[in-house]
Design a protein around this ligand. Structure first.
Ligand SMILES: [Zn+2]
Length: 191
């Protein structure tokens, strides 16, 4: 009985996470990796739970996830949102940020717990901004960029000391998004 209960609870957790990821328009390969469900099972979830009365399903992302770090620093506003997301990854236990500002992945949790924490971090981010520039897919890419690939880094602003996200290959002006915004505004308003 106990085995059955545990198995049911485990499947329920997988199912709930899959539904949550689908609602965030995560790509199928991410949902498979985090829930352990097969592609076929996920396809069935789409058609069973996300088909509207007009027969249309929620937008299903296909192909490879976006992996362009330049997107996160394209302007001060997106860069501020990306920096917020990385703070949230730390707050929800997905990263451990060292004293040297090196974000290390937390490898001590299951894929399901990781997926739930990623959803919580992303949902908190979307609750903080009225309109968000970073999709769930891109937030997954941002996590991988800072924690695994290291092609995005955390830097501290030379002007004010804020910690922010920067492209590892950028010619860094060493200024955080608010200082970047102030400088941009200053140059546009001055003759
Ligand atoms: Zn600054």
């Amino acid at each position: 009985m106990r085995f059955t209960d545990d198995r049911y609870a485990g499947e329920r957790q997988q199912f709930d996470l899959a539904i949550r990821l689908i609602s965030h328009e995560a790509r199928t390969h991410i949902i498979c990796a985090l829930t352990g469900f097969s592609q076929d099972r996920i396809r069935k979830l789409y058609t069973t739970y996300f088909r509207g009365p007009d027969g249309k399903t929620i937008r299903r992302q296909r192909g490879k996830s976006p992996a362009n770090v330049a997107f996160f620093v394209r302007n001060a506003s997106v860069q501020a949102e990306a920096s917020t997301l990385v703070y949230l990854f730390g707050l929800f236990g997905l990263l451990k940020i060292t004293d040297r500002l090196d974000p290390l992945p937390r490898g001590d949790c299951s894929d399901i717990v990781f997926g739930e924490s990623l959803c919580r971090a992303y949902e908190t981010y979307t609750s903080l901004y009225p309109r968000t520039a970073i999709s769930f897919e891109r937030s997954w890419n941002l996590y991988r960029a800072v924690a695994l690939r290291k092609d995005a880094v955390l830097a501290d602003c030379l002007r004010c000391g804020n910690i922010y996200v920067q492209d590892a290959l950028a010619l860094d002006r060493a200024e955080c998004p608010p200082c970047r915004l102030n400088r941009t505004r200053g140059t546009t308003t001055l003759p």
